[in-house]
Design a protein around this ligand. Structure first.
Ligand code: ADP
Ligand code: MG
Length: 329
């Protein structure tokens, strides 16, 4: 188990990480979602002992993880960080890249474990190629295989999905899921795109300007976001002032400036509902995403499977009172 207490790290007066506390449990995945510059990479570096925190501390199974200022060789044996750029050795094969992490083990075990990892990461067929002869997805899987080769307690990944196409994202997602459960690794990945995080993480955090503004189950963060930023970082969302609620037949709100958060799948087409003009129809494969202008200052996003709608036509929209989430700030 890895625990971080009130970590703060400042670069030239910018708090890259500010008062972040978290716990990573064996066999569990945490995801941290934040915009670019929100402190994701800095947080990983501090957790891995590769950067010093200004204040706060990191503990792994009761032992303090020290930063580079207190250690000759930065980093911790049982904590692995997979960088965004993979950092593979360019002139040796995929197999040797992975085997290198096991160079202090007996050859028989090393061969066995490398074969196991190649299989798990679906790299057996490309094991003899060097990194520039394999795809981005295969490079990413090689980096992950190498990182987990000697069964570290903690696996940290910096934007593991950002350079991958959809098929490879799904492979890496399934791979991480299996790996973490199978080897009981404590895993944290950071990302600016929550779509993978929602389905993969047991716990989801939202980072903004270095601060952990929310931490909870993906379902809780998605449906009860702490702020409009948390709502937007976790998917498509309608955010509007409560003063518009009467447009949809709800009573006048006590606080007209309060922000309402409504997910598009909770809005439905309804002839009895508020009328509006369909502005845009986006084909999304499994469904359509619509943008309905309900009043001069308010348009709502919603999802539908109907395929007979044209921009410009009048439609009605409604939602249940239970779908409304009031933002605290
Ligand atoms: P993210 O990974 O979420 O994009 P980073 O952790 O890289 O965010 O950066 C967080 C903030 O800290 C940014 O404002 C960035 O400019 C700043 N920062 C990161 N690394 C350094 C550094 N080595 N020197 C100065 N500022 C830095
Ligand atoms: Mg980063």
């Amino acid at each position: 188990m890895l625990t971080a207490n009130k970590l703060t790290k400042t670069y030239a007066e910018v708090a890259a990480v500010s008062q972040v506390s978290l716990t990573l449990e064996p066999g569990r995945i945490m995801a941290m979602v934040g915009a670019s510059g929100s402190g994701k990479s800095t947080l990983l570096n501090v957790l891995a002992g590769l950067a010093d925190a200004d204040t706060g501390d990191v503990w792994l199974n009761g032992e303090r993880v020290v930063g580079p200022s207190e250690k000759l060789v930065p980093g911790h044996d049982a904590i692995r960080l997979v960088h965004q750029e993979y950092q593979l050795m360019p002139n040796v094969s995929v197999r040797e890249n992975i085997a290198y992490a096991l160079r202090f083990y007996e050859k028989a075990y090393r061969d066995f474990r490398v074969d196991q990892l190649l299989k798990l990461c679906r790299l057996t067929e490309v094991q003899d190629r060097i990194p520039r002869q394999v795809s981005g997805g295969e490079k990413q899987r090689t980096a992950i295989a190498r990182a987990v080769a000697d069964k570290p307690a903690v696996l940290l990944l910096d934007e593991p999905f950002s350079h991958l196409d959809l098929p490879n994202r799904l492979i890496v997602r399934d791979l991480l899921f299996d790996l973490v459960r199978h080897e009981q690794t404590s895993c944290l990945f950071v990302t600016h795109d929550a779509s993978d995080a929602l389905s993969l993480a047991d716990t989801l955090g939202i980072l903004r300007d270095g601060k952990l503004i929310q931490l909870g189950s993906p379902i809780a963060v998605y449906h009860q976001p702490a702020t409009a930023y948390a709502a937007r970082m976790t998917g498509l969302v309608n955010v509007f002032k409560a003063k518009y609620l009467p447009v949809f037949g709800f009573k006048e709100p006590v606080n007209p400036d309060e922000l309402i958060c409504l997910r598009p799948e909770q809005v439905r087409l309804d002839e009895q509902g508020a009328s509006g003009t369909l502005r845009v129809v986006y084909f999304k494969g499994s469904h359509y995403e619509l943008d309905v202008q309900v009043s001069r200052y308010l348009s709502l996003r919603l999802l539908t499977s109907r395929n007979d709608l044209q921009p410009g036509q009048q439609v009605g929209v409604s939602f249940d009172e239970g779908a409304i989430w009031r933002l605290k700030s």
